[in-house]
Write a protein that binds this ligand. Structure first.
Ligand code: ZN
Length: 241
């Protein structure tokens, strides 16, 4: 068997899921860098959350600070202009005729992985880490593990180098994602993610709910609130990474 990979590039949006993925990677890999994508999001709150989360993890977890390398922001606004969904324009969040939320940007995750692989190759990082999840998700077809398995094949064929795509949250519920956060960094990490990660589709940072900040009514806030409630009702268990 090959040596375990030592470096990872985390697709990092500043949301709850990718924040837990960043902690998971920092727990596991000797060198971790982050990449974010500016695709013309209507709201800049999640871009600001990225920096607060990185700084918070480095400050509260010295062992992780030593592993946390650079942050890279890639301009995807040209792609965002093609997508024209509720995330990038003032269109209402609704279910479209295709049965997908209007927040779905066709092919977005596929594009992210091509860019991330090119960057990881340049940085000498072996593994790509993404917070995709097909348990409590919105039905995005490019979040499915089958899609990412195919993407691994495409990347390896097209770049002639293996790019394992790690998706630690793929089979977890939102409640289990909180449990994993606690297992990785205790209540300190839970509090950091609760307070600093950004989920709300409307870009709101108000409300001071027990699960964090946000409008409380959009599909992303509802999913986050539901997961928090289930985790809290279960006695805030910790999941071993
Ligand atoms: Zn919201």
């Amino acid at each position: 068997m090959a040596e375990p990979p030592s470096g990872a590039l985390v697709l990092f949006s500043g949301g709850q899921d990718s924040s837990v993925c960043l902690a998971w990677a920092l727990d596991r890999y000797a060198r971790v860098e982050t990449v974010g994508f500016d695709y013309g999001q209507r709201h800049r709150a999640e871009l600001a959350a990225r920096q607060a989360m990185r700084a918070g993890m480095a400050e509260r977890f010295p062992a992780w600070a030593a592993r946390l390398g650079g942050d890279h922001m890639l301009d995807q606004r040209g792609f965002g202009a093609i997508g024209e969904t509720a995330l990038t324009t003032e269109r209402a969040i609704e279910i479209t005729e295709r049965g997908l939320p209007s927040t779905f940007v066709p092919g977005r995750n596929l594009v992210f992985f091509v860019y991330a692989a090119a960057l990881a190759d340049r940085l000498g990082l072996e593994t790509l880490v993404g917070g995709m999840c097909e348990t409590d998700y919105s039905g995005y077809p490019d979040c499915r593990r089958a899609t990412l398995d195919a993407m691994e094949t495409v990347l390896e064929l097209g770049i002639e180098r293996a790019f394992p795509i790690a998706t630690p949250l793929m089979r977890l519920t939102k409640a289990e994602t909180w449990a994993l956060a606690k297992g990785l960094g205790g209540e300190a990490l839970v509090e950091l993610i609760r307070a600093e990660s950004h989920t709300c589709y409307l870009g709101r940072r108000d409300g001071a709910h027990d699960w964090g900040l946000g409008c409380g009514a959009c599909p992303a806030c509802e999913l986050r609130a539901k997961g928090w409630r289930e985790w809290a009702d279960a006695g805030r268990p910790a999941m071993t990474p």
